[in-house]
Design a protein around this ligand. Structure first.
Ligand code: ATP
Length: 503
């Protein structure tokens, strides 16, 4: 699995999808740039989402709020007080860990140790090996299972209650049973706020402390009344937004899965209090259906219900995707109650209510939120689409089977040879098609290599212009997934391709 993930990362770089940020200066940790193909895939994904959420709903509109917001926003939203992660430093290795991630590492390590004991015993006893019996009688396994798990349980409880006083001692105890770092020298656990601070204003005295937004949602809440009134929106209605968010993640890792600067696509759906259960179910279903429409396979998605709820939610779940490193959160669906609007009312002193003509009363609406990370979605689709196939002749080909609607370039026009006026005819086709979708033109290298290159970039179709094209105005149309080629009139290309690649 790790190998697959490495391939994903190197493919993303080699084929112009994602580069490390400021690479000539050795990069910046957990920050990435989208390259010439990446930016197209990302734009297509954003548009695919926008179309489903905004264009296809008569009661959902979009906005694009600023990244900078009045600092009180983040007091009202709870981020100043609650957006904290427990951190612990190892004094010897000088490594910093998120306490909760460290606990996960211990769990994995302990499972690993038990498995190794089982494998050893299995080898020794062969046929006669009884796993159940071994697990319940082997002293080492019992030590791991009982002692380590008891400590882990206490650790989990402490973290859950945010009662951090004994975390250091518990981690030191664990380190004895099952060493990860090999040292016992830990600091106390500290809370660390994940928001990036910055300043607005030229002089140091007059400057105002600001935060880069850690989520796009608040830009929607503070605009609730503006949109509701100017758009004459009636509850239930939604406001959607895509845009950058920033979090000073402690453990940023796994490529674009967890970044410090990332993009969210969020929709806040405003509803009558008391109807949240029904809308929660509705949006869970609707959002899963949207993901499934991309065709990556139902078995790669699952719901994960939250037991421990964030400070703003009365119900929450994730849609998880099977990434190369296992099932992980892709999208969150949260029933946020009136927490946000209610608090913004309190802090701003402005009414953020809705007059319900049917009930003849005003109330602070409840909110259902769907929030998906654009970069995570990109990673899900990109990693799933990257496939290596063995062909009939025994050769392998790398193909990026992106859904057609998302592919950066829909078709490549390739003159078979760089002579006999084939390039001229190919360029003419390029110029005819370029108004409808992204077209690539390539005349370099042997035709087979050019096909392989387009396969690896994920281009659904290749048009090849050959000598016959000049005689009868036909070309071959090659399909990425099947590699089949069909002869078609040049005049039919546009319709044929549009039918396949249009959103
Ligand atoms: P996680 O538990 O993975 O940190 P979260 O529960 O904090 O995520 P939310 O605050 O619910 O995430 O944000 C909604 C979505 O934004 C997530 O489902 C994810 O797709 C995306 N997201 C959150 N943090 C990051 C990040 N650091 N990098 C990339 N995407 C992110």
């Amino acid at each position: 699995q790790e190998d697959i993930f490495k391939k994903v990362i190197s493919h993303a770089k080699e084929y112009g999808y994602i580069f490390p940020s400021s690479e000539i200066y050795d990069g910046l940790s957990a920050v990435y740039d989208y390259a010439q193909n990446g930016v197209e895939l990302k734009k297509n994904l954003r548009e695919y989402w926008w179309k489903a959420m905004v264009q296809l709903h008569e009661n959902i509109v979009g906005i694009d709020a600023a990244i900078f917001m009045h600092p009180t926003t983040w007091k009202a939203s709870g981020h100043v007080d609650a957006f904290n992660d427990p951190l612990i430093d190892n004094k010897d290795s000088k490594k910093r860990y998120r306490a909760d991630t460290l606990v996960e590492d211990y769990v994995a390590k302990i499972e690993d140790k038990i498995e190794k004991e089982v494998a050893k015993a299995q080898k020794r006893f062969g046929e006669a090996f009884d796993k159940e019996q071994f697990l319940s009688t082997n002293p080492k396994v019992i030590e791991y299972k009982e002692r380590a798990e008891a400590i882990l349980h206490r650790l989990g409880k402490s973290l859950e209650r945010e009662d951090l006083a004994d975390v250091k001692a518990l981690i030191e105890e664990l380190e004895i049973v099952c060493p990860i770092s090999g040292t016992k020298n830990w600091t106390e656990v500290k809370q660390f706020n994940l928001m990036f601070g910055t300043k607005l204003g030229a002089t140091s005295e007059g400057a105002m402390d600001l935060y880069l937004r850690p989520e796009t949602a608040q830009g929607i809440f503070v605009n609730f009344s503006n949109v509701q009134k100017t758009g004459r929106m009636k509850i239930p209605f939604g406001i959607a937004q895509t845009g950058k968010a920033f979090r000073n993640e402690i453990v940023a890792r796994q490529f674009i899965f967890r970044m410090r600067e990332f993009e969210q696509m969020e929709m806040q759906f405003f509803i009558k209090p008391g109807t949240q259960q029904e809308w929660y179910e509705h949006w869970k279903k609707t959002r899963l259906k949207w993901h499934l429409s991309l065709g990556l396979g139902e078995e790669n998605y699952r719901f994960h219900d939250h037991e421990k709820l964030a400070h703003y939610a009365d119900a929450a779940c994730d849609i998880e995707f099977r990434f190369p490193f296992g099932f992980k959160e892709l999208e969150g669906i949260h029933s946020r109650t009136d927490f946000d609007l209610g608090n913004h009312e309190k802090y701003s002193g402005k009414k953020l209510q809705y007059f319900d003509p049917e009930e003849n009363r005003s109330y602070v609406p409840y909110v259902l939120e769907t929030s998906v990370g654009l970069d995570r979605l990109f990673l899900a689709i990109f990693s799933h689409s990257l496939q290596e196939e063995t062909l009939e002749d025994g050769e392998t080909r790398t193909v990026l089977r992106l859904p057609f609607v998302l592919a950066p370039t829909k078709v490549a026009v390739l003159p078979l040879l760089k002579k006999d006026e084939l390039p001229e005819l190919a360029l003419q086709i390029f110029n005819d098609l370029k108004y409808d979708f992204n077209v690539a033109y390539d005349e370099k290298d042997a035709i087979g290599r050019r096909y392989r290159r387009q396969d690896a970039v994920g281009t659904p179709f290749c048009i090849t212009v050959d000598h016959q094209s000049k005689e009868d105005n036909t070309v071959t149309l090659r399909h990425r997934d099947t590699m089949e080629q069909q002869r078609v009139p040049i005049s039919a290309l546009r319709e044929l391709i549009l039918k396949e690649v249009d959103m």
